[in-house]
Write a protein that binds this ligand. Structure first.
Ligand code: B12
Ligand code: SF4
Length: 517
């Protein structure tokens, strides 16, 4: 069959700070290609809807698969699916990915018959089974693991047997130079591990993978890295280098192979402190940027998000990261109940630390515990606003004043970053990128005022809403009745599902709140 894999368009900050290659979709596309199908991929982060329609007119696919990792992309995907079904009534349309897995039934309903199947969970193993069913026996589609259709739902999705057996179809991407992460321009994405063993209440990374944690071998990672020509590499792991030995094994293999790249990764403060030598080693290998999810600057906030890292440890982690001479960005979660005073305190704190500070807004997502336990009523159910840049819970300040404070805070912080960026060394890097024809980040900086603009944010709330996110189940509005088992997409296989040594398992247990899960 002719298969077309589609990544939807950009979200708010893709137009400013970073834009990444759709690694998950490339992996699923490669699994389908290995099953002897003819495959194309289009990424609407860098191509237009007109390009999409031109492509399906010139090369009409039999099967179209949309990647829906982000809730905010749901309306765009549903509309594209409807337009595609109209143009190609015999095509089979499927949606998969992180957010689609948590909202499968709603997506089918929004599609009004245009979407044939939502495929939940990790895509590599199930896409092959779905394709077999589409080719040979359409009546068996609803029995495919992870499949949700209007006629029924298959068993829980399974994992790919060995992560080392899958590879991304990087060659299918047409505009590889369009992907960047700040000054890492151009930048590819790479995966060293999958899943997260922690269980933070605002996050769905762990519920998607059933609290499992699996590793790719150093040989496989290095093979993949050696095939990438981009000088930058974004490590997509939820928490990088949880296990020291794995970090060293990959690092040593990179050094042996003589691979030179600049790396970006995200990790936790306690992991950074536990595995200091790994991060020191990686600094030598080219680790350029670290993103730390600090989330809150007070103990109360950390408890709320169930990040069981004592505040002092987070500050210690920041100090250690500074001592490495690596550029560090941190994330703080703003709550819609913040008032002017709270914003002022946060601004003052952020101005005192040298790090780049990113502020996101506390947002309950399907698949997270706060989706079940949040007592406040959602102010909007417009999928497009669920991008953690818009407030979807009631704000204590009038909405316009809340955005005013938020954007003022972001602007103050951005001004701080700009000074930092325009320091001679960094200005030099920007110039070198421009000379190589890489303008992504420069364009991003120029977009800042257009994107982060209170009037535009308010106007986003006023748009007519055609598709509404279903409400959280009412029967589970308190923590006592909400169980993790209700949330899991992949089954939790317990200790057996985590490729970690016992001492790392104990460390993880000690740093999470409910060790009994
Ligand atoms: C790397 C990453 C990013 C990258 C973007 C990568 C990209 N271009 O896709 C960056 C840093 C830009 C980013 C940004 C954001 N992210 Co993000 N991100 C991640 C992260 C950590 C890993 C994603 C990844 O690459 N995984 C590795 C690949 C191999 O897996 P994958 O993409 O999930 O694909 C697999 C399956 O999903 C599935 N699949 C995927 N597509 C398809 C399609 C079909 C047809 C099928 C069958 C299956 C399938 O199969 C794939 C292979 O197994 C996830 C957490 C997580 N563990 O998933 C959060 C996550 C997806 N992000 C999240 C959020 C909220 C955001 C932001 C909105 C906010 C933010 N973090 O500040 C922004 C906006 C993104 C944007 N488009 O502008 C949330 C999603 C919440 C939601 N329900 O919408 C997640 C789950 C993290 C969380 N804390 O809960 N993110
Ligand atoms: S440490 Fe917490 S926030 Fe980070 S990926 Fe794991 S569960 Fe999500």
């Amino acid at each position: 069959m002719k298969l077309l894999f589609v990544h939807p368009g950009p979200l708010l900050y893709t137009n400013v700070f970073l834009r990444l290659e759709p690694l998950g979709l490339e992996l699923v596309a490669e699994a389908a290609r290995r099953a002897k199908h003819s495959v194309q991929l289009i990424d609407l982060q860098v191509e237009s809807h007109a390009d999409y329609h031109r492509l399906i007119a010139e090369w009409p696919p039999d099967f179209v698969a949309f990647s829906c990792n982000y809730l905010a992309n749901v309306p765009e995907i549903v509309d594209l699916a409807k337009a595609t079904k109209l143009a190609l009534p015999r095509s089979f349309i499927c949606v998969g990915g992180h957010s689609a897995s948590f909202t499968a039934k709603a997506i089918l309903e929004h599609g009004e018959g245009a979407i044939d199947c939502v495929l939940k969970g990790e895509g590599e193993p199930s896409i092959v089974k779905l394709l077999e069913a589409v080719v040979s026996d359409r009546n068996s589609i609803a029995k495919v693991p992870g499949a949700v259709t209007a006629h029924g739902e298959g068993p829980r999705p399974g994992f790919v047997e060995r992560l080392d057996d899958v590879r991304p179809a990087r060659d299918l991407l047409r505009n590889r130079r369009k992907y960047f992460m700040g000054l890492l321009d151009p930048c590819a994405s790479v995966e060293f591990s999958r899943g997260c063993p922690w269980d933070c209440s605002f996050c769905s990374a762990w519920t998607f993978y059933g609290r499992s944690y699996r590793l790719l071998s150093a040989e496989n990672v290095v093979d993949d890295l050696a095939s990438i020509s981009e000088p930058g590499a974004f490590i997509v792991d939820d928490v990088a280098f949880i296990q020291e030995r794995h970090g060293f094994a990959i690092g040593e293999a990179i050094a042996r192979k003589g691979i030179r790249k600049k790396f970006y990764l995200e990790t936790r403060g306690d992991v950074l402190l536990r595995n200091k030598e790994v991060f020191q080693f990686w600094k030598k290998l080219g680790l350029a940027q670290i993103f730390l999810g600090i989330e809150a600057i007070d103990e109360d906030g950390l408890r709320k998000f169930r990040k069981r890292i004592p505040l002092g440890r987070n500050f210690e982690a920041l100090e250690f990261a500074r001592s490495l001479g690596i550029s560090v960005a941190i994330n703080i979660i703003a709550d819609p109940d913040w008032d002017e005073e709270r914003f002022r305190v946060v601004r003052d704190w952020c101005m005192d630390v040298p790090e780049v500070v990113n502020i996101s807004i506390n947002t309950p997502y399907p698949g997270t515990e706060i989706w079940l336990t949040e007592q406040r009523r959602l102010e909007t159910r417009d999928y497009r606003l669920f991008d953690i840049q818009h407030a979807v819970l009631p704000t204590k300040l009038p909405l316009a004043a809340f955005y005013g404070e938020l954007l003022h805070t972001q602007r103050v912080l951005y001004g701080k970053h700009m000074n930092w960026w325009t320091a001679p060394k960094l200005a030099g890097e920007l110039t070198r990128n421009l000379v190589r024809g890489q303008t992504n980040f420069m364009r991003g900086i120029m977009n800042y005022n257009k994107v982060y603009n209170a009037e535009n944010m308010l106007a986003d709330h006023a748009r007519p809403t055609y598709y509404e996110l279903p409400l959280p189940p009412r029967s589970q509005t308190n923590a006592a009745t909400a169980t993790a088992a209700d949330l899991y997409i992949h089954a939790n296989r317990g200790r057996r599902g985590r490729g970690m040594d016992d001492s790392t398992e104990r460390f993880v247990d000690a740093t999470r709140i409910e060790a009994s899960r």
